[in-house]
Design a binder for this molecule. Structure first.
Ligand SMILES: NC(=O)c1ccc[n+]([C@@H]2O[C@H](COP(=O)([O-])OP(=O)(O)OC[C@H]3O[C@@H](n4cnc5c(N)ncnc54)[C@H](OP(=O)(O)O)[C@@H]3O)[C@@H](O)[C@H]2O)c1
Length: 238
C-alpha cells in the first residue's frame, strides 16, 4: 500500500494511541495531537510530530488546525481520524453547565472546526469521524449520546456535500477496553469482559478509514471485530 499522511486526534492514549501505532507500523506518516504533554506519552510511543492541545478550550481546534497545516506545508492529508472525545456516565440532573459545554465542544464543535479548516488539505482523501454506538441514545450518558448523534448527522451531511472530493466516514465503535467507560463514571461490571481490544479495534477502524471504498456510516461492533480477527490467508495483522 502507498504510504499516506494521517492526522489523528486524541492519539496519546486509548484507541487513538493504537490507531497511531498501527498506522506507524504500516509505514504511514502520522501527525498526532492529544491533551497530555509530550512527557506523559507512553514510553513505547512512536517518534512522530505531536501537539499537546486541549480541544475543549477556546480556540483549541484552530490552534490544532494551524499546527497540522504548518506540518503539511500545502500538501494533502490523506486521512484525518478525529477520535478525541470524552463523556460522563450520569443523569442529566447531575451534569453541570461547564461539563456539558466541555463534552459538546470536544466531541462535536472541535471536529466541525477541524473539518472546516482542513477541507482544502483533505481533497482526494478521507475524513473519518469516530462516533459511538451510543449515538442511538445510551442510557446514562445523555450528553455524550447527543454529541455522538450530532456528529453522526454532521458526517452524513458532509458525506453528501463532499462526495467525489473527500470521502467522509462516520465509524461507530462498540465498547472498547480503554478504560474510558470507567473514567466516565460507569461502574465496572461483567459486561466489561466483553469490551473489544483497542488494538483490534484500531486495526479495523484504520482499514475502514483507508479503504478506497466504503459506506458513509459503519457500526464496528462484535460481528465486525470477529470478522477482523479472521484474517484473509497470508495477511499479517498490523
Ligand atoms: N471506549 C469505548 O468503549 C468507546 C466506545 C465507542 C466509541 N468510543 C469512541 O472512541 C474514541 C476513543 O475513545 P477511547 O476509548 O480511546 O477513550 P479514552 O481512552 O478516554 O481516550 C480519549 C482520548 O481523547 C483525548 N482527549 C480527551 N479530552 C481531550 C481534550 N479536552 N482535548 C484533546 N484531547 C482530549 C484523550 O487525551 P489524553 O489521554 O491525552 O487526555 C485521549 O487520547 C472516542 O471518540 C470515543 O467516543 C469509545
Amino acid at each position: 500500500m502507498k504510504k499516506k499522511t494521517l492526522f489523528v486526534t486524541g492519539g496519546g492514549s486509548g484507541l487513538g494511541a493504537e490507531l497511531v501505532r498501527a498506522a506507524h507500523r504500516r509505514g504511514h506518516h502520522v501527525l498526532c495531537t492529544g491533551r497530555r504533554a509530550i512527557a506523559d506519552l507512553p514510553s513505547d510511543f512512536p517518534d512522530l510530530p505531536y501537539l499537546s492541545c486541549d480541544l475543549a478550550s477556546a480556540g483549541g481546534a484552530q490552534v490544532t488546525a494551524d499546527w497540522v497545516q504548518s506540518h503539511l506545508s500545502g500538501r494533502r492529508v490523506d486521512c484525518a481520524l478525529l477520535n478525541a472525545a470524552a463523556g460522563y456516565f450520569r443523569p442529566l440532573s447531575a451534569e453541570t453547565p461547564e461539563a456539558i459545554s466541555e463534552v459538546l465542544t470536544l466531541n462535536l464543535d472541535a471536529n466541525i472546526v477541524l473539518a472546516h479548516r482542513l477541507s482544502g488539505n483533505l481533497e482526494g482523501g478521507t475524513l473519518a469521524l469516530i462516533g459511538s454506538v451510543a449515538h442511538k441514545g445510551a442510557a446514562g450518558m445523555p450528553v455524550y449520546s447527543a454529541s455522538k448523534a450530532a456528529l453522526d448527522g454532521f458526517g452524513r451531511a458532509l458525506a453528501q456535500e463532499w462526495r467525489g472530493r473527500v470521502a467522509v466516514r462516520v465509524l461507530h465503535p462498540g465498547p472498547i477496553a480503554t478504560g474510558m467507560s470507567a473514567r466516565a463514571g460507569r461502574k465496572v461490571d461483567l459486561a466489561d469482559r466483553l469490551f473489544l481490544s483497542p488494538r483490534l479495534m484500531a486495526r479495523i477502524i484504520l482499514d475502514a478509514a483507508l479503504a478506497p471504498r466504503g459506506r458513509d456510516r459503519q457500526i464496528i461492533g462484535y460481528l465486525r471485530a470477529l470478522r477482523g480477527q479472521i484474517l484473509p490467508l497470508g495477511r499479517q495483522a498490523a
